[in-house]
Ligand binder design. Structure first.
Ligand code: FES
Length: 106
C-alpha cells in the first residue's frame, strides 16, 4: 500500500496509507487531513483541494490536464508544483509521495 505524507504550511507532517486508484483528495478527506475541503466532491469544479506536490515527485505525479489547469487559475498561491488533489490518482509507484497543503486553505 502506498504511503502518502501530508505536510501543512507550518511543517506539521502526517503519513497515511493509501490504496492505488484512490485520489489524493479521497485519501486526505478520509483521514481528516486539514486544508483540503474538496467542496465539489472531486468533480474538478472548486479548487478547494489545491495542493503542492513535493519537487522530487513532480515527474511521477505529472502535470495537470486542461480542465484541471483551468480550475487552478481560480486557486491562490499556484506554483509549478500545484495540482488539484482530486485529479491525482495514486499508483503503487507513488509510495512515499509528499504533498503540502497551502496556507490559504487553512
Ligand atoms: Fe473540487 Fe478537487 S474537490 S476541484
Amino acid at each position: 500500500m502506498p504511503k502518502i505524507t501530508f505536510v501543512d504550511y507550518q511543517g506539521n507532517e502526517r503519513s497515511v496509507e493509501a490504496s492505488s486508484g484512490d485520489t489524493v483528495m479521497e485519501v486526505a478527506t478520509s483521514n481528516d487531513i486539514p486544508g483540503i475541503d474538496a467542496d465539489c466532491g472531486g468533480a474538478c469544479a472548486c479548487a478547494t483541494c489545491h495542493v503542492f506536490v513535493n519537487e522530487e515527485w513532480l515527474k511521477v505525479v505529472g502535470k495537470p490536464g486542461d480542465l484541471e489547469a483551468e480550475m487552478l487559475e481560480v486557486a491562490e498561491e499556484v506554483t509549478e508544483a500545484s495540482r488539484l488533489a482530486c485529479q491525482v490518482h495514486i499508483s503503487d509507484e507513488m509510495d512515499g509521495l509528499i504533498i503540502t497543503t497551502p496556507e490559504s486553505q487553512f
